[in-house]
Design a binder for this molecule. Structure first.
Ligand code: HEC
Length: 213
């Protein structure tokens, strides 16, 4: 073997080393890559957002609105209404803003203001009364209470603040409703659950029976 051939062999050896090195770098790259999608950045973000929305509306965990109404405060409610005043008037005969006038809203039917352009979602509830519980759920999370509505308001997480606000809304009426009494603590869980089960179960059964046809 002459030196030329030695050079060629050494060159080939080096080239092989280099390509091995390059290969190992590339495979590292490619082996690392799958870890990125495995973190599922988008999916986790979406799930977290939904979890947050869920946390804002812990329907079961919270005592009913009556419990908080019992200790509600009108002045605190009036202060809380500042959150609404940008979009709603509350005085009798007040003009509609971004949202409809709210005079006498407690106990009034949904979507009752003539001439206000309600969303289809809210209009679909037309006539249904805005009960204390319905308003409480609406103010906790408008989006969760009536999906597809147009009130761009995140909701009020603190149940006492919502109750304060409800008592204030109720005072802005020609016929304020009596504040409902708080249920005895022991009765809360048992009284609510079976009543709900009884009303929803047959409806679901009927829907299920109708579905295959
Ligand atoms: C960013 C504007 C905005 C804010 C802030 C806002 N609302 Fe609304 N509200 C609306 C709009 C718009 C509608 C109509 C929604 C629809 O048609 O889907 C509405 C609808 C309502 C309704 C239903 C009225 C009816 O006639 O059925 C009630 C009750 C209500 N809002 C109460 C409140 C309260 C209380 C607050 C404060 C905590 C508040 N809103 C904050 C814009 C707002």
């Amino acid at each position: 073997m002459d030196s030329f051939e030695w050079n060629r062999m050494a060159g080939a050896f080096l080239a092989a080393l280099l390509s091995l090195l390059a290969l190992s770098i590339l495979t590292d790259e490619f082996l690392m890559r799958p870890e990125v999608p495995q973190q599922k950045g988008y999916v986790v973000a979406g799930v977290e957002a939904e979890a947050d929305a869920g946390e804002a509306a812990p329907a079961e965990a919270e005592p009913p609105v009556e419990v908080f109404l019992a200790s509600a405060d009108l002045a605190r409610g009036e202060a809380a209404f500042k959150k609404c005043a940008a979009c709603h008037s509350i005085n009798e005969g007040g003009a509609n803003g971004v949202g409809p006038n709210l005079w006498g809203i407690v106990g009034a039917p949904h979507a009752r203001v003539a001439g206000f352009q309600y969303s289809d979602a809210l209009a679909a509830r037309k006539g249904e009364p805005w009960s204390w519980a319905a308003l409480d759920a609406w103010l906790r999370s408008p989006k969760a209470a009536i999906p597809g509505n147009r009130m761009a308001f995140a909701g009020i997480g603190r149940p006492q603040e919502r109750a304060d606000l409800l008592v204030y809304l109720n005072s802005k009426s020609s016929r304020p409703l009596p504040i409902p009494a708080a249920p005895p603590p022991a009765a809360e869980a048992t009284a609510d659950a079976p009543a709900e089960a009884a009303t929803t179960a047959p409806a679901e059964a009927a829907a299920g029976a109708g579905a295959p046809a």
